[in-house]
Structure formats: structure tokens, C-alpha cells
Design a protein around this ligand. Sequence first.
Ligand SMILES: Nc1ncnc2c1ncn2[C@@H]1O[C@H](COP(=O)(O)OP(=O)(O)OP(=O)(O)O)[C@@H](O)[C@H]1O
Length: 580
Amino acid sequence: MFKLLPYLKNYKKECIIAPIFKLFEAILELILPTIMALVINNGVMKHDTNYVIKMGIIMIGMSCLGYCSSLVCQYLASKASQGVGTELRNELFIHMSSLSYAEIDDIGTSSLINRITNDVNQVQTAVAMLLRLVSRAPFICMGAIVMSMILNLKLSFILFCTAPFFAIILYLFMSRTAPMYKKYQKRLDDLGSILRENLMGVRVIRAFVKTNDESQRFDKSNDELSSAAIRIGKISALLNPLTSLVMNFAIIVLLWTGAVEINAGSMSPGVIITFINYITQILLALLVVSNLIILFTKASASASRINEVLEMKSSIVENSNDISVNSSDKMIEFNDVTFRYSDSGDAVLQNISFIINKGETVGVIGGTGSGKSTMINLIPRFYDVMQGSVLVNNNDVRNYSLEELRKMISLVPQKTELFTGTIAENLKFGNENASDDEIKKAAEIAQASEFISYLKDGYDTIVERGGANFSGGQKQRLSIARALAKKSDILILDDSSSALDLATDAALRHAISDNFKDLTVIVVSQRSSSVKSCDKIIVFDDGKIAGFGKHDELIEQCEVYNEIVRSQLSDEEAAVSYEK
Ligand SMILES: Nc1ncnc2c1ncn2[C@@H]1O[C@H](COP(=O)(O)OP(=O)(O)OP(=O)(O)O)[C@@H](O)[C@H]1O
């Protein structure tokens, strides 16, 4: 929690002034019982009505002043806590965006969402409550003890005796609940993850008639979350009664001792009433402290989850130095590349070496899970190689700044992602300066212009969240058009025409090669028809390169390629008619 203190630096003023106002309110509150004692001893006991009225008016004035101070404190505390929350969310968002896929995979998307929403909210609430109550409650406790010592030293000794009991109770509570809160947040992550999967995969779940199974999975996770919350609740519920028990026990001892003193004539009734008033104030303040401790323990668990993200360093270290571009004919080169997703996992790519020259169109084909997408992800440095090197434009990708590198590459991922906004805005996503004509041309090449022209609002049609109002094939075409409008040196199509029929797929490839002569294109596909006409084809088999060459050469030399082509013969025949 203390590691997040720097986020308060812009709110120093609020952090100092808010507790001062609260302290002023507390001082007024502390003086009130003493005035009450005066009213009883000098006014009520002596039947002096004027004195009672005069002191009554003073007491009302003090209460109003206290109320105003409390309002000012509340306003400043809200300003500081909301500000800290906003800054933390921004910082987390920027930091999360800088993390590589490896770290994001490691923490998990739902956990990241929970940390930026729920955990930041916990910290925000704790800051507000701390500013409002942290000075008041201990001050009231200490002040009430000092005032009662001034009133009667012997009786105040009883109050001191209760302190060790409180310390033990609070220690036991904090040491037990802190790990529980962490567990609770983890359960919340799990629930969020199930919810996310269910919402995103709702069609599959319904198609596979798995709604009941998924409901049970959700119920189970929800039960685990609520039992974690109940376990914490049970312990938290004990805190207030235990505090009250100790305090009420102290009150009984006080009343007993006070009664003996009054009977002996060594104490006035006003003193004992004032004493009880102070004890009640201490009790209430202690209850507030207990609740603050609950809140603080909760916020500490959240703060450590936030810190875990903020302290996480991206495994992709960016080069900030300028590099001299050693231009050559080679556009992409893999030199003996080996890659695994985790240090302990199996190598997903093993000793991969190949060269793609500028302006070439290269097909990548291979069985499912053979490592095609993994290889593609190494080019824009979504992951770093474990061994060997990846070169773009004759420079190691690690020598570029990420922005510089990624500007050279247009990637159409396997899973299409569109953003809310218009079609035109989506197409300009990678190149804000693209003119209307340029995005229309890109859409034409991507075979998207026809369906866009049928839409009532054309390029101004709104794309709903995740492109929900478009078919799979339409989304893929928009995604390809977006990549083309970016105008980079390298275009990577990662199985991104799988939802297109063979004729449209072939028309797309022809349009790209006709319009972008210098563009280096990598076409990853499971379909041999999509890669057949490429300048070169890389054949992947279980993380290794099984063949590299032209279609005819591979047909003669590469068994794996032959198998793939043979298994898709009927598809090929359908495509051949267009290719010819
Ligand atoms: N983020 C990841 N974490 C761990 N393992 C992964 C990850 N992504 C892929 N893999 C594993 O790496 C291997 C290669 O996956 P990859 O996605 O590169 O295959 P692919 O050839 O593109 O398959 P497909 O054609 O089905 O998309 C697979 O065994 C897969 O399980």
C-alpha cells in the first residue's frame, strides 16, 4: 500500500488540509462532553437556566462548525481519492499496454481487468476513508483519554488497561484476513474469466448445448467466491463485537468504581457522566478504527496486486538508440530460430532459418499447431526468440524501437478484431492520414467494397463492439483492408482469409499482387490453394521447416507438402478454374 504513496503527490494540499479539518471537528467533539459536565454541575444542579441556555447555544454553534469542517474534509478527501484512482488507472493502462504477450498470458486478461477496476476502486475507497478518518479516530481516542486523565487519573487508568486487549484483537484480525483478501481477489479473477469466456463464446456454448454445464461451472466458481467472502465476513463480524465487549467491560468497571467514589463523596455525578461520554466516544472511534483496518487490509491486498503489475517488466526490451538501416534485398530473415512459450515448455519452433526477399509473396503452410502463427508473432516482436535471430530489412528486430518495427508491418491476425466506430474509422486505424480514396481502394483490393456499397450508410456504417454486425468473411475483408490502408513494407495475412470462399480468396491475392508490386507478403494458410501461386512456400511440420521452395519443387521433394495438397485435392480443383 505504501508503494502507492507517490500517487498522492499531486494531492499533497488535500492530504494535509482534509485531516486538519477533521481534526478541528474532533476537537470540537471532544470539548462537548466537558461543556456538558459544566452544564450539569453549574447549570442543572444549581438550577441556573440562563447558564444552561447560554452553554446550549455555544454547543449548537460548535456542532454546526464541526459539521461544516466535516463537509470540507469530505470534499477534499473525495477529490484526492478520485484523483489517485484516475492516475492509478491511467498508469496501469499504459503499463499493461507496454507488457509483452508473455506477461499478459501470464497474468490473464480477466485478472488484468479486475486489477484496473476492482482493485483500484478498493485503493480509492481506502484513500478517501483514511483521509477522512485516519486523523479523527486516533485523535478522538487519544484526546478522550487525555481529557479523562485530566478529569480523574484513577478512572482513566482503567482505560489504559484495555489497550493491550485491543492490540491483540487487531493483530489477530489483520494477520488472518490479509491472505484471505488476496484469495478472494483471485476467486474474483476466476469468476471474471469464466464470465468472459461465456459471454464471448455464447454461440458455441449454445450450439454445443453446454448452457447447463457452463451454468454449473459459473455456480461453482461463484460459490467459491462467496465462501471466501463469508470466511472473511465471519472474522470481520467478530471484530466489532470484540471491540465493544472490551469497551463495555471497561464501562462496567468504571461505573462500579465511579459509584463507590460518588458514595464516598469524592466524585461528582457530572464527572462520571462526562467519563461515560468520553468512553462512548472512544468506543465509537475504536469501531471506526476497526472498520478502517478492515478497509486497509482489503486495500493492501488490492495494492499488492496493482504493484505486481506495475513492477512487472516487459520481457521485450526496447532499443532506444537510432540504428543505421543496412538495406539489402533481404526483407525478412530467420537465423536458426528456436522459441518456446515458457522456460520450462517444449520448443514450439526449432532451428528455423529462411530468407524472404523484398517484394516476394511467400506462403506458409502446415498442420494445425505446427508453429505458423508463432513464427509470424516473432516478426513484429510480440515475443522474443530464445535462440537465433529474426532480421527485418537486414537488422535484428531487437535493434529497432517497437514503433519503428511495427510501422513496417501490417498484420492481419487469425482472429479478426474490429473496433467500435465507423467502417472508415476502422480502415484508418493504422493510418489516420489515409484519404477517403485510399481507404476505398484498400477496401476494393480486400474485396470489401462490394458489400460496403450495399450498406445504407456505406463507409459511415457503425461497426458494433467486436464487429458483431458483420459476418466472419466481411470482418476478415475489413481487417485486410485496414492492413492494406496502413501502407507498410510487409503484409502478413495469418490465416486471415479462411472465411472467404476460394474464388474471393484468389481474387484477393491477385488484387494485392497487382496493386502492391514492392510489398513483401506472407500468406499463412491451411489451404494449399492459397499458397500455391506464391513465389516461395515454407512448409511447417511440428515446429520445424519441412520444405522451402516453389509449389512444383515442393510437390517433387516435400512429402509433408504432398500430403497436404493430396488431402485438399477437391478444394484445389475448385480453385484451379479461377487461377487459370
Ligand atoms: N500463448 C501460447 N502459450 C503457450 N503455448 C502456445 C501459445 N500459443 C500457441 N501455443 C502452442 O504453440 C504451438 C504452435 O501454435 P501456433 O499457433 O503457432 O500453431 P499454428 O501452426 O499457427 O496453428 P493453426 O494453424 O491451428 O493456427 C501449439 O502447440 C500451441 O499449443
